[in-house]
Each structure stands twice: as C-alpha cells, then as structure tokens.
Design a protein around this ligand. Structure first.
Ligand code: PLP
Length: 471
C-alpha cells in the first residue's frame, strides 16, 4: 500500500519518449486508454507489495505494461500455435493448416479484384457458386456441387431444401453429436424437417427404413458416425442398399459424410473413412462433408450429388446466409487443384502429416532431440531428454479409435512445476502446445510444421533460462 501514491500520473507518462512515439504512430485516445489500463493494473499489483519501491521503478513498470499492451493491440487475438500434440486435425487449433498453393492463390484473390460473380465470357453478372463446381465434379464423379460455410450449414441447407415440413428417416445409431454443438436432431429441427427415428442404437435394418416410409417421407438420411464406433453386435444399412431403397420408393437419400476423403489412404493404415467418390458411386443422391477435415482445405461445407437437388439448394433463400466468400473459394480451389493434378502428399499439409512413416518421423524426432540436447540439455532443472515412440491421432472427429504410430521427444524437469511451464509456453507467441506423460513433457514431431523446430527450441530455451534466473 505504501507505493500507491507513487504511481506515475498520466501527464508524466505522456512525456516519455516512447510514449510520444506511440502517440505519433497511433490514435492518441487509444494510447490514453491503454495508459489508464496499465496504471490500473499496476495499482492492483501494488496492493500485495510490502517493500517500498522508488518512483523510477514504478514508471518503468508502467512503461513495460504499456509496451506489452500496444504490441498486443496491434496484433489481433489470433496467433500462431506450434502443435506438439500429434493430433493432426485439432479443432481447437483451426483444424487443417493450408498448403502453400492454396495460400498463394488465396492471397492473390484477396489483394485484387476478381471474377467472383462475373461471367467474363459474356461480360455479365455471374454466380459465385459456379467456381468450384467443375473441379468437384471431376474429382468425385458427381453431377453437381455446391459449397457453403461449413458442413453443419451444408446439412441444414440440404434438409431444408429437400424436406422442410416433411419427414426424414434416420437410424437411431446415427443420431450423432459432433464437436459439442452439431447434433443431428437439433439441426433437423432448425431445418424445419421432422425427424423419424428408426431401428435401435446398435442395430438398424433396411426393413426399418422401408417400414417407416409413408406419403410424408421426403428423405432418407444417413450420418457417418465419425467420432465414435459401435463395436460388438451392431448393424447399419450399407449405403448402396439405402440408395437402392430410395430409388425403388422414389425418395432421395442424403449422406452427411463428415470428413471428405478424396484420396486412397488405406496404404497408410487409414481405411475406415469412405472416400467421397465411393459414396457418389453407391448411388446416394446428396453427400455433404467438411473442407477442413481430412480434405485438408479451408473451413467449408461441400455438397455433391444430383443436379436437380443441388439446383433446388441454389434457389433456397437460406443459401444467402450460408454462402462462402472469395477467400474460402480461392483456398478450396487451390487445395482441390492439388488433388486433381498436383502432388497432395507433399503440398497439402494434412495429407503429408498423415502419410509420414516411421522412418521419416524417427529422423525428425532424432534431429529435434539432438538439437534440444545441445541447446537446453545442460540447463539447470533439465533432467533428461530422450527420443521415444508414441501414438498420434488423426483428430477432427475422424478415426476415434485409430492410433498413428509416431515419434517424439520427452523432456523431464526437476524442481519445476510442469503445469506452470506448460502455461508459460502457451503464453508465448507463437504458443507451444505439448503433451505429457508420467510427469514429463512430450512433443510429438508429426504435427510440427517445417521450419518450426528452431522456433520451438529457442522458445523452450528462453523460457527455461528465465525460470532459472528467477531461482
Ligand atoms: C464434423 C462433422 C460435422 C460438422 O462439420 P463442420 O464442417 O464442422 O460444420 C457434421 N457431421 C459429421 C458427421 C461430422 O463429422
């Protein structure tokens, strides 16, 4: 309490050289706000300080706080995170990092005018929905395609366009919740369609669907149970059987596929997720999936299927509220072109990370381990650094039970609270997210992007050195 009267006044702060510079560069009122916030924080800090501090020290503390605030305000709240968790599609970390071709294309479209809604051939107004349609048709074999904000929007639009005010038949085994906010029954309600549940949690037969069909039935709906698996005695109707039933009774079939896998990944052990092409070939009328899950592109909801249903969706007023912007279209086209004629295993980060084999991961972990040894191995409180085998996850709700064999580095500390250290590393910019095992820090190398190893090592070294200085 003894220091409170020595907190610098605003006028005194305003004459400091660096503060004068801020005011030259930024809005004066904004800097004044930040000065008040900084002194307010200092006041709160000082309530618990008993030793007497001199005026100069208090001024310096205020200026340091101000500097942090100015640099934070100038950056925005999104920041880079280094993913040391080994979870490839981490919903909390923005799911799929984009590849360079997608980013370059997106930047070019962002910086310039473009033909988003312009038919260059005729010099007239065009449609934004035309852009990704042809390449999606080529890649999936579908007649038509449409892209909206995300897969939740795609499902909503599909249900609303095809079944508003009418019945939709769904298996009880597929009434999924994804990511805490997307629940099939809720989305169904919002779309205006009426849910008709058939079968049981673990078993649903084709006769359950056919028995439930009546004149109110508008759609047969299947959801891919991405994030869980029913094991033991279970049965779901295969997609081609459902498609056949729909054709016989002249009722369209829609599938919410979740992840959109466009290339065969069975050779890498990933065989549970059906490919979009296979679903189209099975005769299902409409399929929807995410752009930023296994496809490795931007957030988007991709709808492919029969032209007459897609045309109906394009005419739906709801589409105006769910539409994608030019940046999404560019990032998606930039990604899809790689599937069509590029080399997705190299140029799409998600695909590259999923493909990485033991040898490549081992080498990457060896390099990181050796560099860490050299840089922080002899620091106080670092007990041991070792290379180890671990298990990674696909994430994003896909392959919930499948573990990808991986490698990483394990760091043991002494006289250091791992919770505190992890928090400090999360508060760096870029932040580092890691795992833990038996009280040690674990960094999986699969999800560390190229060029980030050195950033990570420097960050760890700096944080530890600061920690050691504090004693
Ligand atoms: C992920 C997922 C969704 C939601 O997709 P978003 O693109 O996140 O909106 C819907 N259904 C299934 C089956 C999913 O796996």
């Amino acid at each position: 309490m003894i220091n409170l009267r020595k907190i610098p006044a605003v006028d005194e702060i305003l004459v400091q050289t660096e503060v004068k510079d801020y005011i030259k560069k930024y809005r004066r009122e904004f800097i004044l706000d930040l000065i008040r916030e900084a002194t307010g924080e200092l006041r709160r800090d000082l309530l618990t300080v008993d030793e007497e501090l001199d005026r100069q020290e208090l001024l310096q503390r205020t200026l340091r706080k101000l500097q942090t605030k100015v640099s934070q305000a100038g950056r925005g709240t999104l920041q880079k995170v280094i993913n040391g968790t080994g979870v490839v599609l981490h919903t909390n970390m923005g799911r799929a990092p984009l590849g360079k071709p997608a980013v370059d294309y997106m930047a070019e479209m962002a910086q310039n005018y473009n033909n988003l809604e312009l038919n260059l051939d005729e010099g007239k107004r065009g449609s934004r929905y035309w852009h990704v349609e042809e390449i999606l048709s080529r890649l999936t074999g579908a007649e038509a395609a449409l892209v909206v904000n995300n897969n939740a929007a795609a499902v909503m639009l599909g249900l609303n366009s095809m079944a508003e005010g009418r019945e939709v038949i769904v298996s009880r085994g597929q009434l999924v919740e994804i990511g805490g906010a997307f629940r099939i029954p809720e989305v169904m309600k919002l779309s205006g369609a009426r849910l008709v549940e058939v079968g049981t949690t673990n078993k649903t037969y084709i006769s359950d669907y056919s028995d439930a069909i009546n004149e109110e039935t508008a759609l047969l709906f299947a959801a891919h149970t991405s994030n869980y698996k029913i094991i033991g005695f279970s049965e779901e109707v295969e997609l081609d059987k459902l498609a056949k039933l729909g054709k016989e009774r002249q009722i369209p079939v829609m599938q919410d596929l979740g992840s959109g896998v466009l290339m065969d990944m069975t050779a890498w052990g990933l065989k549970d997720e059906p490919m979009v092409q296979e679903c189209v070939a099975s005769g299902v009328d409409i399929i929807s999936f995410s752009g930023d899950k296994l496809l490795g592109g931007p957030q988007a909801g991709i709808i492919v299927g029969k032209k007459k249903y897609i045309e109906a969706m394009k005419k739906n007023q709801l589409l105006r509220a769910l539409r994608v912007d030019k940046l999404t279209i560019a990032a998606l086209e930039g990604t899809l072109v790689e599937y069509l004629m590029g080399n997705p295993e190299d140029s799409i980060p998600v695909i590259h990370m999923l493909k990485m084999g033991r040898e490549e991961l081992y080498r990457k972990a060896r390099v990181l381990c050796d560099k860490l040894q050299e840089r922080i191995g002899s620091l106080e409180r670092v007990e041991d650094i070792s290379l180890l085998e671990l298990e990674d996850m696909v994430g994003g709700g896909a392959y919930p039970t499948y573990k990808l064999p991986g490698f990483g580095v394990k760091i043991g500390f002494s006289e250091l609270h791992l919770d505190n250290l992890s928090r400090k590393l999360r508060l760096q910019n870029p932040a580092l997210l890691s795992r833990r095992q038996d009280g040690k820090m674990l960094i999986s190398v699969r999800t560390i992007l190229d060029g980030d190893e050195d950033l990570l090592i420097n960050m760890l070294a700096e944080v530890l050195q600061k920690e050691n200085k504090r004693g």
